[in-house]
Design a protein around this ligand. Structure first.
Ligand code: GAL
Length: 339
């Protein structure tokens, strides 16, 4: 009997000390980790807004190294719009033993593959800008998403035009027919931001009492030259009708303005975008576009980086960044426009 107690006591002691030793080692590992390795994959490296985030991420990594003395190895790769390429990039990050990855997913409905592999490798994932579906995001606690509230961007954009109309209806309805005739340039049809921005920009104008008439619209995939091609066509099809062009982002707004400029178009068409990229803000200053919604892209990149760094060091991410539902962060935005 006594012998059995002895064996049980020995097992208990082994478990307790074993556990303490493991915790101690783990703590020391975190404490002594002097470098972190983060892999970043972009849906398309030639997207202006994504490029601004990329540049800011690189800045953040440098600042973090200076502040903490922890070395950061950050590899940024371009998936060039191909989900298979992106999946292979993630496989490579896993095989290289990276500590965390940041994924700007090509196809937001195809995140489950990356998530399964990350879970298997215990590799935290910070998705950004292109939001995986909720069902996927719920699969694991080490999945995060950083983006903007698309409805907020759209309401801010719509209100730029509502305010202009209230101040002077003829600034938008310049042919004085009692209607503001508009064209709409949309991003990708599968992108959450595109769908919500379109819906709420128009709704905001209606709620603000602007009498609207849609003349035409097109999908330009966030792209300046595609938007420009649409606008070239519309100048021919509706030579005297367009008064406002509402665009889901700045690059498309600039593309529309390029076409007007190229054709020597004289009517004071008002063009609005979203993003507040350096090119968009420059377009605003030079009068090419009338307004945009600027997202704080320094904050955007800093949050992506902070989450990835904290997760790499097995720190409590919530202590570093206030997340809602334990995984989501929305960046702040503001409207900017010409007077
Ligand atoms: C949007 C942004 C676009 C484009 C797109 C890519 O949020 O406004 O300019 O970058 O993301 O996913």
């Amino acid at each position: 009997m006594r012998r059995r107690y002895g064996v049980i006591a020995a097992i208990v002691l082994l478990l307790v000390f074993g556990g303490l030793f493991y915790q101690g080692m783990k703590g020391r590992e975190t404490e002594h980790k002097r470098s972190i390795r983060i892999g970043v994959t972009l849906y398309r490296g030639d997207d202006s807004f994504i490029n601004t985030i990329r540049a800011n991420l690189e800045e953040q990594a440098k600042e973090y190294e200076k502040e903490t003395g922890i070395k950061v190895v950050m590899e940024i790769v371009d998936a060039k719009g191909n989900q298979n390429t992106q999946d292979s990039q993630v496989d490579r990050f896993i095989s290289l033993g990276y500590d965390a990855i940041c994924v700007n997913i090509v196809d937001r409905s195809m995140a489950s593959n990356i998530i399964s592999k990350a879970m298997e490798a215990d590799l935290p994932v910070v998705f950004f800008n292109r939001e995986p579906v909720e069902e996927d995001m719920r699969r694991w606690e080490k999945l995060y998403y950083v983006g903007e509230n698309a409805k907020e961007s759209a309401v801010l954009q719509g209100n730029i035009l509502v305010d202009a109309y209230k101040k002077d209806p003829s600034s938008l309805d310049f042919n004085g027919d009692g209607k503001v005739s508009y064209a709409l340039l949309e991003g990708e049809n599968s992108h959450q931001d595109s769908l919500i921005r379109t819906e709420w920009s128009i709704q905001t104008l209606k709620d603000g009492g602007v009498p609207l008439e849609k003349i035409t619209g097109g999908m330009a995939n966030w792209d300046r030259s595609q938007a420009s091609a649409w606008m070239e066509q519309w100048i021919l099809d509706y030579p005297d009708q367009l008064e406002v062009v509402i665009c889901n982002n700045d690059d498309m707004a600039l593309g529309a303005a390029d076409a007007l400029e190229r054709n020597g178009y004289k009517r004071p068409v008002k063009i609005v975008g979203i993003d507040g990229t350096p090119q968009g803000l420059e377009g605003l200053r030079s009068g090419k576009i009338f307004g945009t919604v600027q997202c704080d892209n320094r904050e955007y990149a800093s949050v992506i980086f902070k989450i990835a760094a904290a997760a790499s060091l097995s720190q409590d991410v919530q202590k570093e960044v206030p997340l809602y539902d334990g995984k989501y962060y929305e960046c702040s935005q503001k409207a900017v426009h010409a007077d």
